[in-house]
Ligand binder design. Structure first.
Ligand code: KG4
Ligand code: ZN
Length: 353
């Protein structure tokens, strides 16, 4: 089993990623090519542009992953690739690459669900983590609470009815004039450390809905109004602003983060209670997806799970944001369960789609 060596390819959104992982969980290589520069310049992901960016770098990213692992394609056991959810134009770049490699070297191909991979990568870093477990998956596009019964079998306890928390972090960063060269979340988290989290009274979303769903569109609007009423001009970047301006921006960042996370805490508490009724043996809450890199979120959710004597499992930040390791690892789990396809024909018609 440890002899398995799987290449994982991820192109569902704005990062082109590849990694090679061994059956025992050893990460042999990990490469991510980010479109962050493009995003900062154009203020968001445009599918056609993202597709071109993936196409330009995909061969190199996979080659780098092989080189860093000192392997050739011949030494691989299988190729795993994200098939969704995501931008279809972008997904196709990864799928076609995976099929070319698998076809040329006669390798099985494993289709991976992006959100399942965000959850299962926690099993690579925490060997004690057994099914069933509860998972909170938080990223730019998703906000999910799922009960993982076993591989490929999940119950969705809650999702967002509008925006995901990462989207709210990104817009808050933009409106506050923070440095968007990386994603907005880390910039907000950093500035929030200087602010007073009680200074701006944002209301917690969906208090009256006693379920596990999320909503971040209203909080986004509250932030926008708070910024407008303080006459903060996002076109004047934070670095140039007067100290007074900086402190009121920090107050907004801190107050936003506190309420955004209170919403997560409340939903997680309810989800733990629901989950324990369905699967009384759960021992872990997995928190993964890009937003799970946030240290404040980790510490607050750690307190929530302690009340129920559960353990929080949070992958390191480079495995929380989109990456190839989680795809390779989920590929390994599926491969072991016999869930893979035979090698595609070398003259793959998909290549000419
Ligand atoms: O999982 P991911 O890399 O891509 C998606 O599938 O969306 O998540 C990206 C999201 C972005 O919205 C980014 O701002 C957010 O994760 N993020 C953070 C932090 N690091 C990344 N949000 C809050 N605090 C952070 N430290
Ligand atoms: Zn993701």
């Amino acid at each position: 089993d440890d002899d398995l060596v799987v290449l994982g390819i991820e192109t569902s959104c704005d990062d082109t990623a590849a990694a090679i992982v061994r059956g025992n969980g050893e990460i042999l290589s990990q490469v991510v090519s980010s479109q962050a520069d493009l995003l900062a310049r154009y203020g968001g992901v445009a599918p056609k542009m993202a597709e071109e960016a993936h196409s330009q770098v995909i061969d190199q990213v996979v080659q780098d992953a092989l080189d860093k692992a000192s392997l050739t394609e011949r030494e691989l056991s299988a190729v795993a690739v994200t098939i969704g959810p995501g931008l279809s134009l972008c997904l196709r770049v990864g799928v076609q690459k995976a099929r070319r490699v698998a076809g040329s070297f006669n390798l099985p191909i494993i289709s991976v669900h992006h959100m399942e991979a965000h959850a299962l990568v926690a099993r690579l870093i925490e060997k004690e983590l057994q099914f069933p477990f509860l998972a909170l998956l938080i990223s730019g596009g998703h906000n999910l609470l799922v009960l993982a019964h076993h591989l490929g079998h999940y119950t969705q306890l809650g999702t967002t009815i509008d925006d995901a928390i990462g989207e709210a972090f990104d817009k808050t960063a933009k409106w506050l004039g923070l440095d968007m060269r990386k994603s907005g979340g880390p910039a907000v988290e950093q500035l929030a450390q200087e602010g007073d989290a009680e200074s701006v009274r944002f209301s917690i979303p969906m208090k009256q809905h006693k379920d596990c769903n999320f909503s971040y569109a209203g909080l986004k609007t509250q932030v926008k109004l708070a910024i407008a009423s303080r006459n903060i001009d996002a076109k004047v970047p934070l670095s140039c602003a007067s100290s007074l301006d900086r402190s009121s921006r920090a107050d907004i960042a801190a107050s936003f983060q506190r309420v955004a996370v209170l919403h997560l805490e409340e939903r997680c508490e309810r989800a733990v209670e629901w989950a324990l009724k369905i699967e009384p043996s759960i021992k872990h809450l997995v928190v993964s997806g890009g937003v799970a890199s946030n240290q404040y979120i980790r510490s607050r959710l750690d307190q929530v799970v302690q009340k129920y004597s559960l353990q929080l499992v949070c992958p390191p930040p480079n495995l929380c944001t989109d990456n190839g390791v989680m795809i390779a690892w989920t590929g390994i789990e599926n491969f072991r369960a016999g869930r893979y396809d035979s090698p595609p024909p070398t003259n793959d018609p998909d290549d000419f789609m």
